[in-house]
Design a protein around this ligand. Sequence first.
Ligand code: C2E
Ligand code: CA
Ligand code: CA
Length: 711
Amino acid sequence: MGNAKDEGQEYNCLIDELTGIYNRQGFYEHTEKLLKENPNISFCLMYWNVRKFKVVNDLFGRESGDKVLKYLANSLKKEFGNVTASYGRFESDNFICCVPEEIIQKGKWVHLGDISFDAEGSEYHFYSCCGLYKIINRELTIANMVDRARVAMETVKNNYLKPYAWYEESMWGSMVEEQKMNSAFRKAIAENQFKVYYQPLCRATDGIITGAEALVRWEKPGEGLVSPGKFIPVFEKNGLISVLDRYVWSEVCRFQKKRLDQGLEVVPVSINVSRVEFYNPNLCEDIRNIVQKYDIPTDLIKIEITESAYADDPTLVQEAVRKLHEYGFVVLMDDFGSGYSSLNTLKDLPIDVLKIDMKFMDSFDKNQKAAVILEAVIRMAKWMKLRTVAEGVETKKEWEYLRSMECDVVQGYYFYRPMPEADFEKLLNQTGIKYVDNDKDIPELDDVILDAFSHGNSKESMIFYSMLGGMGMLEMTEDNLEIIQANRGYYEVIYGNEKDFSGFSKTMNRQLRESDKAVLMEKCIAAKDTDEMQYAQIHFLREDGKYIWLSAKIRYIGSRGKRSLFYLAIDNIDDIKKAEQDKYLLDYSAALVKAFDKVYRMDYDTGMVEVLHSGEASMKVKEMYYFRNFFEKFHNNIDWGDQKNAVKIINNKELLDKELQESKNGSYSVHYKVIKSEINIREVSALFFKVELQNGREEYLCCIKVDRAKA
Ligand code: C2E
Ligand code: CA
Ligand code: CA
C-alpha cells in the first residue's frame, strides 16, 4: 500500500529521494485517499523524531546521518508496508505514519524508533520520540492533524524517560498561543509594546539604592501587562529572544544616556541575557556596540547571566564572561543555587557578583536547612571575592537576617517592586538617594584561597589535596571559630576510611567543642600576629561522641573586616598519643610494683584486666583476663572476712567509684584469704584506685600484694 514506486509518474515529486518513502506532499495525498477509502477504520497519526539527530550529523558526518534516516524508513516500511497504512518522511529527521488504531493498541510499535548503526567499527544507538494523535475529526486537513501529532511529540522531545505522548486538547491551546505570540512579535517591537521596568537593588546595610535590574513587560493592547515568564520561554524557542533582548538593552542605554545628558543621578542597571544568547558568537560585541552607540560608561551597565546558561554550556559562558570583562562590564551570576553549579564551579567562571536565587528566600521561614545553605553560600562568596545579592526579599525579617550575614545587596518586594521608567525616574530624583557602587574594588586576597576552594575540580588538585591529607579552612570572628570548608581527607583523618562522606554537609563540623575551639582560637590569634605556622595538639570530640587526638597546623591567610581566614591541616595522632599514655601507665605501674606483686589495668567497657606488671613469670605483661567472673570462679575458696560486698563493688564501676570518693585517700582496699588447701592459704591485699591521664582519660588500676609468709 505504502509503496509508491510502482505508480511511476508520481515518483519524482511525491517520493523522498533519500529513503524512497513518501515525502510531505506524497504523505498528505496518500493519507487523504487512505482515510476516504476506509471510512470504518479508526486511524492514528504517529509523528517520529530522532532524538539528537544533529549529533549524528556532527559527530559522524552526513553520510552516517543518511544511514540513520534510511534505517528508520526501512523499519517503517517493514512494519507498515503490508497493512492499511501510509508513512513518509518530512524534512530532516521527521517521520510520519498513519496507521489503524488497532495496531497502536497492540503496542508492538514502541521500539520502531530505536536505531542502531555502525560507524568506525562500533555500534551506536539512537532513539526516537513519538507523538500520537487519534483522528477523530476527519474534516481537518491532514496538515492540521499532523500538527497535532507533532505538538504531542514536542512534549516528550527532551524527556528521555518518556518515549511517546498522546495528543491532548490543552497542547493545542499552548501551541496556538505560541504561534499567536510569534506573529504578534514584530508588530509589538515596532509599536514599542515591550516596556522596560526597573526594580531597584539596595545596599543591605541601610536599604540605599545601589542600582536596578531591567525587567521586560509586554503591554499587549487589549490584554494588559504580560509578564516575561509567559513570553520569554516562547521567544527562546524560536530565537526571537535575541531581538527582544537587544531591544531591552538599547532601551536601558537610552534611559541612562538621557539622564546623563540631563545631569541627573544615574545608577548602574543590570540587564538579563537569555541562556540561548550564548550560542550567538556576536553576543558580547552586540552588548558592547549598543553601549558604545549610546556613549555611556560601561560601569552603568551590568550583565546578568543565569546559572542555567552555565549548566547548558560552561565553555561558551566562560568565554563570554572573559570577553565581557575585557570590555569592562561587571558580570553577575543570576539564580545561583537554582541548578547544579556549586561554588567550586565558580572557580572557572570569573564572575563578580553572585545573585542568590529567590527560592532560598521562599523557604526561609519553613526550612532551616535553606538558611544554613544560604549562610554558607554568602560566607564562601565573601572569600571568593564575590559580592552577593539576595533576590526576592519580601519581609523585614528576611532583610535583617541577610544583613546579619553580611550579604551585600538585597532586591525584592519589601523594598521596591519592578516599576515603569517614569516611576523609577521619580524615585531617583528624590533627595536622599545616593548611589554607592561597591561591586568593584574588592581587596585582593591571596590566590591560594581560590585554589583551596577548587579542590575536586581537576585531577591534579584532587591528587594534591589528598596528598596533603586533612585540610580545612577556619574562619574566625571575634567570638567564634568555624570550619567553613574541608576536603575529603579532613573527614578521613577524623572518621577513618570506612565512612561514606558524600552526604556530609559542609557545616557538620561547625559544632567544635568549646574547649577545642579555645585551643584552636588561641593558635589562630598567634598565627595571625606572627604570620608563622602554629602547631597544636587537640583532643578532638567527634560528632559521634568519640574523642581522638589530632595534631593541627594553622596558617593565617587573610582578613576582611572582622573575619579572618586560616588554613588548617590536621593529622590523626591518636595511636601516638595512646602509646604515650600507655608508656606513662607502665612507668607508673613499674613504680607501684615495688610495693605490690601485680598491677592490672581494669577495663570496665570490656570487662577485662590487662596485666601491666607482674612479679610472676607465669603472668606476662599485656596479657588480658576477664575479671568479672574471676572472683566468682574461686568464690568457694575465698574468705572475705567482714568485706562480704567486695566482689559486687569490684565488678561494678559505679559502686567502686562511690567507694573511691568516700575514702580519704581515693582508694579502695580489700583484704581476703585465698584458701587453696588446708595448708595453702594466702592472704591477699588488693588496692583499687584511679589514675587520671592528661587527656582526661581515666584508668582503673588494681594492685595486688600476696603475703606468702602466712601461708
Ligand atoms: P529574574 O532575572 O530572576 O528576575 C527576578 C524576578 O523576580 C522578576 O520577575 C521580578 O519581578 C521578581 N521579583 C523581584 N522581587 C521579588 C519578590 O520580592 N518576590 C517575588 N516573588 N518576586 C520578585 P519577572 O519580572 O516576572 O521576570 C521573570 C524572569 O524573566 C526574570 O527572572 C528573567 O529571567 C526573565 N526576564 C525578565 N526580563 C528579561 C529580559 O529583558 N531579557 C531576558 N532574557 N530575560 C528577562
Ligand atoms: Ca535577573
Ligand atoms: Ca534571578
